[in-house]
Design a protein around this ligand. Structure first.
Ligand SMILES: *Cc1c(COP(=O)(O)O)cnc(C)c1O
Length: 429
């Protein structure tokens, strides 16, 4: 089985050379060993909890090599590693242009492990708002119990970000791009520069972007994190997460994962590795459909506002054009109406399923006010920037024309509140 690993090192080197292959090619071939056992084309699924030794001399040779940095082609126990997981990690490293990747059982497992591994009591995090809700909760509530404080600054305000840094205390800057649900785009070169000047580590949750559209490490960011549950897996059938970065920084993560035990099952890693092969075609299709959807909605009379970084009207359009090669598959928009008008629109859609998550082949639609903030009142939601009429639409790989026709048909059945408001105004004056 050792042969699965044999060429990984060389393949990563090849894939990350300056004159490297395109992202679609890398998604299929990056980090792949072409000599699998039995000449199988696909990566073997090594479904095992432990590994064995020929005899005591073999065991001692392994232990000896382990003392001196280890033999990457071999494992002793399932919590420390697995060749199928290693194959998925090699592909992910090749995609992000990273030295190494560490795979986890979910996106949240990746984020929490990174922070728990690097931070210690008395340190401080600066985080941008419009952040994944559980990441913010982990930092502000959970890490606070261990003496790690978090400051949240407005996305896009780099003066506030720098002003929040506490000398000798701040250890991490955490941001996301594009964000959920407003698709804000962080200026990565700027964040990296601030981090480097203050000797603070930087982490970007790049789940919404995917490595097809954006590679944060190329902009000087230290760690890139993905919920692989979304675009990387791509089929809404598996949970996983990944962290990519420099080899030196990743060794501690691999070691802590062996302690936390939050690595994916080999079957989950196999599904991720298989899913990634179609990442290039899926994301290119999703970019195309999402842009068409954003343009269609922007000119529709029953739509108040559209949030999509590919539109000139988006506050971060310039940053998005500068650093991304596509704008992603999520479009957020506000129906010209109230909570119930918005629910009516969603219920009239025939193609997207109603549900959280994004990035799979099936389109998914949701009302963030009900899915993520159900327990809050309209006023409380407004205070944290979530309007009742907001819709998040994560496009799948269905045909663009069918999705546009579905949205048009769904909007036809929604009352035209704008027209009503105009009439009201006219009669009053
Ligand atoms: C889904 C998601 C996560 C959490 O990932 P899980 O795989 O669900 O644990 C983190 N960040 C972003 C941006 C996400 O969309």
């Amino acid at each position: 089985m050792a042969s699965i690993h044999d060429n990984i090192e060389r393949a990563i080197e090849e894939a990350t050379r300056p004159a490297r292959q395109g992202m679609g090619t890398r998604a299929v071939h990056g980090g792949v060993n072409r000599q699998n056992p039995y000449h199988a084309l696909t990566t073997p699924l090594v479904q095992t909890a432990t590994y064995t030794f020929k005899n005591t001399a073999d065991l001692c040779a392994y232990m000896e090599s382990h003392l001196w940095g280890g033999d990457e082609n071999r494992e002793e126990y399932g919590r420390y590693g697995n060749p199928t997981i290693a194959a998925a990690e090699a592909r992910l490293a090749a995609l992000e242009g990273a030295d190494a990747a560490v795979l986890y059982s979910s996106g949240m497992a990746a984020i929490t492990s990174l922070l728990l591994t690097v931070l210690k009591n008395g340190q401080h995090i600066v985080m941008t708002d419009d952040c994944y809700r559980r990441t913010r909760q982990f930092c502000r509530v959970f890490l606070a119990k261990y003496g790690v404080e978090t400051s949240v600054v407005p996305m896009g305000d780099y003066e506030a970000l720098e002003a929040a840094i506490i000398p000798n205390k701040t250890r991490f800057i955490i941001s996301e791009t594009p964000t959920n649900p407003y698709l804000r785009v962080a200026d990565l070169a700027r964040i990296a520069e601030i981090g480097q000047r203050h000797q603070i580590l930087t982490m970007i949750d790049s789940t919404f972007a995917t490595p097809i559209n954006l590679r944060p490490l190329e902009h000087g960011i230290d760690f890139v994190v993905h919920s692989a549950t979304k675009y990387l897996g791509g089929h809404n059938d598996v949970l996983a997460g990944v962290i990519c970065g420099e080899r030196g920084k990743m060794a501690a993560l691999k070691a802590s994962r062996g302690m936390f035990g939050n690595l994916p099952d080999p079957q989950a890693a196999w599904l991720i590795e298989r899913g990634i092969k179609t990442l290039g075609v899926r994301v290119r299709q999703q970019n195309e459909t999402a842009l068409a959807v954003a343009r269609f909605l922007e000119q529709h009379p029953k739509i108040e506002r559209v949030w999509y970084p590919g539109l000139e009207s988006h506050p971060d359009h310039a940053a998005a054009v500068r650093q991304m090669s596509g704008f992603g598959g999520v479009v957020s928009f506000e129906i010209a109406g109230d909570l119930d008008d918005t629910s009516l629109f969603i219920d009239r859609c025939r193609i997207p399923y109603i549900g959280p998550s994004l990035g799979g082949v099936e389109s998914l639609i949701e009302q963030p006010s009900l899915v993520s903030y159900y327990e809050l009142s309209t006023a409380e939601r407004l205070a944290i920037g979530i309007k009742d009429n907001l819709v998040r639409f994560a496009v799948g790989i269905e045909d663009t024309e069918d999705i546009l026709a579905d949205l048009e048909n769904a909007l036809e059945g929604v009352p035209n509140r704008r027209l009503e408001r105009d009439w009201e105004k006219r009669f009053r004056h």
